[in-house]
Write a protein that binds this ligand. Sequence first.
Ligand code: OAD
Length: 245
Amino acid sequence: MTDLQRAATLLRQARSLMALTGAGMSAESGVPTFRDARTGLWAQFDPYALASPEGFRADPELVWNWYAWRRELIAKARPNAGHLALARAQSDGRFERFVLATQNVDGLHAAAGSEGVLELHGNILATHCFNGCGTRFTSGAALPAGTPPRCRNCGGWLRPSVVWFGEGLDLAVLGAAQQAVRTCAVMLVIGTSGLVHPAAGLPSLARGAGAKVIVVNPESTELDDLADVCVRAAAAKAVPELLGL
Ligand code: OAD
């Protein structure tokens, strides 16, 4: 039996599924990953200058424009066959419970039709006030490059609602993911390097609670040692095959 067949069997037998996705999930939709050696964003850009509160304070326009560029890339991207298969497996009722958590900020799971997606690292189309006045903006409106817009309540800079280095995750979102992880029969981990915590700790939590863990990734990762099966393949091809779709 191949690894893919073993993983597909575990998925067929499972009543409840938790999926955790990372940047590799969207790679075949044309959204760059972070840590791939040649094409990853962090191979070309300084994460602390572009994805930290200190970086934004030092140069709000630089940071805002980098996110505007990423929003443009994402606007051209469409969900791939992997995103679509996860959405279909959720809606066709084969699992009693199917919770999908993602580290991606691109919104492609929701665009594919997945419901209740736990966006652990936020969403690049939303903004909130950097001053901490609490105002959030989730608009479909254009967020063009240039100087960042100002908060209409307090006049502070607006920033993208993504989690930056040194920041905590939304506790309600993380708590919901941890709860799903503790109670799933199988955890499917797709396209993540498993290096960024706390998301990277979820598979080990699942394993500790007795779930089977399947890793889908063309490369080896930090998570392979705790996986029951590693499927060495790209997400857009492997995920539909794993789910028989
Ligand atoms: P990484 O860039 O760290 O890892 C992407 C993973 O996807 C790698 O293990 C690749 O081998 C794998 N991969 C590449 N192409 C793939 C494909 N077609 N199918 C399946 N896998 C593929 O991305 P993440 O693990 O998501 O945080 O990174 C975690 C966080 O670090 C991101 O959410 C981001 C970043 O800093 C924030 O922006 C807060």
